[in-house]
Write a protein that binds this ligand. Structure first.
Ligand code: SOE
Length: 396
């Protein structure tokens, strides 16, 4: 049992602030990390009442001054959960101060910011990670291990979609619809996840984007009339009469070729009526296939072409067996299932193991890894806007 600790400062609040606060608070209970996180300080704007947030979510202190906080000698790890435009400034400051830095996805709203964050981490030799937490669904982590063990053979097809439906016209003009604050819409928010997840599971890299569509269905939205929890304002605000322009996509679809000759298709939308958080992939190889859908996150569908032809069929693997499926032994007995919030705790454990010089349960997405994902997202936007194929080599 280690007694080493690291003081954590969280920059931001909101929806991701809740998942990260829960993760830093729970990881010592369900895992035995070699370094234990101390929930030291949470930063929030004065209007967000960070003192109350700190008291509710178990942070020892609150701050309205992130620039001093990230440089404080008391802080060892800076965790960024602010909107995308506010990822790079605290990340670069934290890295310059030698702090371990973790950041919500996408790594940044723009490729320039993503590159700067990755370069800063490499040049300062500072550990940095992005919370691509779907890798840490046990079913997805196990899929990664199966592909790595050769169970699918050579990868031929990657088919992924991430469909949500909260982007209805009644949803007001939150930061997620404003280019200066978010970079892109469903593309950076949702395609980022499925690009990272499929690169991680399939172990192949995009070589070229060969077709893309970028579309905004809802061109104007009601402006927010008061500081409300922007994450939770679904269905509109009462009395807001002024409208503002939406300056990002509601959906982006694109086609890819991979460095091993495989081909892929990606689709993200916020207007897929009936799909609440349908983060889905299917990967076809020469020996079989895997399918995953987050709305049934404890299950992994497997098709093995090596079975006798008379009994070939899709097998539903319930990825809750502690001896086989990553992280489960730290949670519950077989079949008791885990949820969205557990993946963040799994990630906090792997970050702490890595800081201590141990191997993570499965690979973590570093800032540089997340920058590669951002390059693919950028290539898709160039392809859609210039109506041409785009080689990844030309996107830096
Ligand atoms: C979008 O609504 C969102 O909150 C994403 O930003 C998260 O990354 C995803 O995990 C859930 O949906």
């Amino acid at each position: 049992m280690s007694d080493k600790t690291i003081n954590v400062a969280m920059i931001g609040q909101g929806f991701m602030g809740r998942t990260h606060s829960n993760a830093w608070g729970q990881v010592n209970r369900f895992f035995d990390p070699p370094i234990k996180p101390v929930m030291h300080t949470v930063f929030g704007q004065p209007a967000e009442n960070p003192e109350a947030y700190a008291a509710k979510w178990g942070w020892q202190h609150a701050s309205t001054d992130w620039e001093s906080l990230v440089k404080s000698p008391e802080i060892g790890l800076v965790d960024i959960v602010t909107p995308n435009f506010m990822h790079a400034p605290p990340a670069k400051a934290a890295i310059a101060a030698g702090k371990v830095c973790t950041c919500e996805k996408p790594i940044a709203g723009t490729l320039d910011d993503a590159r700067a964050m990755a370069e800063a981490s490499i040049q300062n030799n500072v550990k940095s990670f992005v919370w691509f937490i779907y890798r840490r669904c046990p079913a997805v982590a196990y899929a990664h291990q199966m592909v790595k063990a050769g169970e699918l053979g050579d990868i031929l097809h990657i088919r992924a979609s991430y469909l949500q439906d909260w982007g209805v016209p009644e949803t007001p003009l939150t930061w997620r619809f404003i280019r200066e604050l978010t970079g892109s819409g469903a593309h950076g928010d949702l395609n980022a996840h499925i690009v990272d997840m499929t690169r991680f599971v399939a172990g192949v890299e995009v070589d070229e984007v060969c077709g893309a569509i970028e579309q905004t269905f809802v061109k104007k939205r009601k402006k927010l009339t008061a500081m409300v929890s922007q994450e939770n304002v679904i269905g509109g605000t009462q009395g807001a009469e002024e409208y503002g322009d939406v300056t990002v996509d509601d959906t982006v679809l694109f086609l890819t070729k991979f460095n091993n000759g495989a081909v892929g298709s990606y689709e993200a939308t916020r207007l897929g009526a009936g799909n609440k958080n349908r983060n889905y992939f299917e990967i076809n190889g020469t020996k079989g296939s895997l399918k995953f859908c987050f709305e049934r996150m404890n299950e992994l569908e497997y098709y093995d072409r090596r079975r006798p032809s008379g009994v070939q069929g899709w097998t539903t693997i319930l990825a809750t067996h502690g001896a086989d499926h990553p992280y489960i032994r730290n949670w519950w007995p077989d079949g008791h299932l885990i949820g969205y919030e557990h993946t963040f705790v799994n990630m906090a454990y792997d970050v702490l193991k890595t800081i201590a010089g141990e191997e993570p349960t499965i690979p973590l997405a570093t800032f540089n890894d997340a920058y590669q994902t951002q390059r693919i997202l950028e290539a898709a936007l160039i392809c859609a806007r210039e109506k041409r194929f785009v080689k990844l080599d030309e996107v830096r």
